[in-house]
Design a protein around this ligand. Sequence first.
Ligand SMILES: Nc1ncnc2c1ncn2[C@@H]1O[C@H](COP(=O)(O)OP(=O)(O)OP(=O)(O)O)[C@@H](O)[C@H]1O
Ligand SMILES: [Mg+2]
Length: 340
Amino acid sequence: MNHVEVLTKHSVDNKILEVRDLKVAFKTSNGYLQAINSVSFSLEKGEILGVVGESGCGKSVTATSILGLFDRKKSRVEGKIQYKEHNLLRFSEKQYRKIRGNVISMVHQNPMTSLDPLYTIGSQMIETILLHQDVSKQEAQMLALDLLKKVGIPSAEQKINAYPHQLSGGMKQRAMIAIALACKPDILIADEPTTALDVTIQAQILDLLLDLQKEYGMSIIFITHDLGVVAEFCTKVMVMYLGQVVESADVKTIFTSPQHPYTKGLLKSIPTIEGERKEKLFTITGTVPPLSDIPKGCRFSNRCPHAKDRCNQEMPELVELSQSNHSVRCWFYEEINHER
Ligand SMILES: Nc1ncnc2c1ncn2[C@@H]1O[C@H](COP(=O)(O)OP(=O)(O)OP(=O)(O)O)[C@@H](O)[C@H]1O
Ligand SMILES: [Mg+2]
């Protein structure tokens, strides 16, 4: 039997995805550049994992690897991406096509890169449904219409025939979510799904995602710059810096007991409205270095206020703390946290 055919959706096993030691490198004129270095995490059924970190830290590359969307001639992806009993990294393009948009789907950072301008919203949804589900064209049309209503698109009967450019930013985002959910995926990867939108629309879309997540029992990988959204929306958090995981824990632990200086820096950078503003907003000094100039030792060492000699020389491993599911990659986290 073709092993894609045995992919059964919605199994009873709780761990739905396990990424182990993921490494992604891109071919450049100067050889391969390593964008992701030994990233590991797992996702359980119904869990919402928040992935945070500054621009260029590897959030989208990690997500894109799960869907096998890189050109194989220009990239090298190693490690293991286990979806149920399958290591997706061994999948052929043909096998991948059976799971993309079906059991794992993605809402991309920019709607216009994933909505096809030449086809109506409805035909893009119907095509996805027909590709993966054994239904008639008429049934697919009904399903598409239902979903457009569910994601809160007004006059869905007319909008189903609209082309992407005829929709506003918020409506495009909703349409993308509707397309991603067309086959009730086990895993939804949402890459900054609300970044381009104004705050009220953002809140509406997040509420909508949460409702649909509960209804479908989906797991979500939620990529965002917005820690406020993470606090409200996610169950677990993974903090990335320059292609590595530097800290991960459940959402409450990250906000109440962060251990890594980078995580602390990100948390301190959130604006608050309490009290009078006396100081300038905190910023982490410097910027994320390019992949061609990764610091030796700890990758955050050249921006870290606590860095010592060892940090500049040796790379710390990700260590698990005594509390379950809390890991941190820092030589001196205990010392730094005693200093407080
Ligand atoms: N196709 C590619 N070829 C070469 N380098 C790439 C490619 N895609 C991403 N990169 C590099 O990999 C690194 C991580 O990029 P990635 O897009 O994952 O960042 P990100 O964390 O999603 O940032 P942002 O918050 O801006 O979306 C960056 O240095 C980026 O330039
Ligand atoms: Mg990105």
